[in-house]
Design a protein around this ligand. Structure first.
Ligand SMILES: [Zn+2]
Length: 67
């Protein structure tokens, strides 16, 4: 009985991990990163994205200002 229960629980965990993983990877694959074409004044990187009302450099993480 005990080993059966353990195997059943392991199966549940495997299923949960599978669903969790597919859920997490799907948006990452479909999401497009749109750079604003702005050069970061802090590190000079052009990897500046729009985060809400703010411009954020993904290279150094600095906020380049909010509107
Ligand atoms: Zn930067």
């Amino acid at each position: 009985m005990r080993s059966y229960s353990e195997a059943w629980q392991l199966g549940l965990k495997a299923v949960a991990i599978y669903h969790d993983g597919s859920k997490r990877s799907a948006p990452l694959n479909t999401r497009k990163t749109t750079y604003m074409g702005v050069i970061c004044s802090h590190c000079g990187s052009d990897k500046v994205i729009r985060a809400g009302a703010c411009s954020v450099c993904t290279q150094c993480g600095i906020s380049l200002g909010c509107s």
